[in-house]
Design a protein. Structure first.
Length: 392
């Protein structure tokens, strides 16, 4: 597994110093360091803040791609799970490992060190994880060594280096490293985003990374704002789209904060302003909200799901496979299949024999149980003997 980060050439040596420092420590400790590959230099257009213009200007910057491997390291059974940045509206959790679930209690606003039992102002905290005991604990940087019982500077510095790549600290140039970071009012920014999507189309950060010809909507709107802003235009835009913006804010209040994306969106909206770094995240809220409306329409058109069959009964089934979810278990990779019958009833089947492809199926299954999941009645199946119906 590898991750690719694009950074300006002027910051290449800075990033390399961090990686080399980590790898020297790894060599001394006889553990694996960070494996990496650096691409050839190429050029990319960047919106750069120019203080003299009090705004952004798009310039051509020489960049390189850092491809990082071996991004998870462990020392004496311990590894860093996440770096936590505390804000008044909630903790922004930057995950270092995606294979371990972070307990919900760490997403609420707090700067409490679970080692020294003190709650004081801290810029960052660290979540450390023990592979053997499965224990997760939030610790301040000065308490790491006392808690773990050994010099954990290697683990901590490793986490900090990865955080710099992940949060875009290296994806910067001197002109954008101004302490007084430009911001835009959230409602104003959303109004320009809606206008941009209406006139053109939405471009996600992922789409922009995969294309040399596209710029992400969030970044485009943020940089254009400083070129075209006038008080009258700003007021008109806000008024024109305020109804949808109000509904977006109300929708964000209903989001499930167990979802990492939704939690970060919720915190960004509560902050009530947008920065360059958060612009793509905030812009994506418009499309996520609109998709939720479309999903709601689809759900409302469907018949209400009801239980079918009797528990332990062997039944014939004709149903459509709508989604497959895969997860690890003690028995290996398990695939959970979500079906919908011709009557609109939801059926679930979990198997370790591999994932089926989406489509229509027919066959026989045994009713294992009836279960209510978040208000939806689901019939749980077992011993499925089904085959795909191929459409002409």
């Amino acid at each position: 597994m590898s991750d690719t980060y694009t950074i300006p050439l002027v910051n290449k040596s800075l990033a390399l110093r961090g990686i080399n420092k980590i790898n020297k420590k790894a060599k001394v400790l006889n553990v694996e360091g960070i494996k990496y590959f650096i691409s050839d230099v190429y050029k990319k257009l960047y919106p750069v803040f120019v203080p003299e213009l009090d705004g952004f200007k798009e310039i051509e910057v020489e960049v390189v791609d850092f491809v990082l491997e071996s991004t998870v390291v462990s020392l004496k059974g311990w590894s860093f799970l996440a770096v936590i940045e505390s804000t008044p509206n909630g903790n922004i959790v930057l995950k270092i490992r995606d294979d371990v679930e972070i307990p919900k209690r760490y997403s609420v606003p707090n700067t409490f060190c679970e080692h020294c039992k003190t709650n004081r102002r801290r810029k960052k905290l660290f979540l450390v994880y023990n592979e053997g005991t499965k224990e997760t604990i939030q610790v301040g940087s000065t308490c790491i060594r006392n808690y773990l019982g050994f010099d954990a500077s290697y683990l901590m510095y490793h986490a900090e280096i990865l955080e710099k790549f992940m949060n875009g600290s290296y994806d910067d140039d001197e002109a954008r490293q101004k302490r007084c970071e430009p911001i835009i009012n959230l409602d104003v920014f959303l109004s320009y985003v809606i206008s941009d999507i209406t006139l053109y189309r939405y471009v996600s950060a992922k789409m922009a990374r995969e294309s040399d010809d596209l710029s992400a909507t969030g970044h485009s709107v943020f940089s254009d704002y400083f070129d075209i802003k006038t008080k009258d235009m700003e007021d008109n835009m806000r008024t024109k789209y305020m109804n949808e913006i109000k509904k977006i804010r109300e929708w964000v209040e209903t989001l499930d904060l167990n979802n990492d994306y939704y939690r970060n969106v919720s915190i960004a909206v509560k902050n009530d302003y947008v920065t360059w770094k958060s612009s793509n995240l905030v812009a994506s809220v418009v499309m996520s909200y609109r998709k939720s409306l479309e999903d709601k329409k689809v759900r409302e058109k469907r018949p209400i799901s009801e239980y079918f069959g009797e528990v332990k009964e062997r039944v014939e089934v004709n149903m459509t496979l709508e989604a497959v979810f895969e997860f690890d278990s003690t028995f290996g990779v398990v695939s959970m299949h979500k079906f919908r019958t011709l009557d609109g009833n939801v059926a679930m089947w979990t198997t370790g024999t591999g994932a089926f492809t989406l489509g229509n199926y027919t066959g026989k299954a045994t009713i294992k149980e009836h279960k209510d999941y978040k208000g939806t009645k689901q019939t749980i199946l077992t011993r499925c003997k089904i085959k795909r119906i191929w459409e002409d």
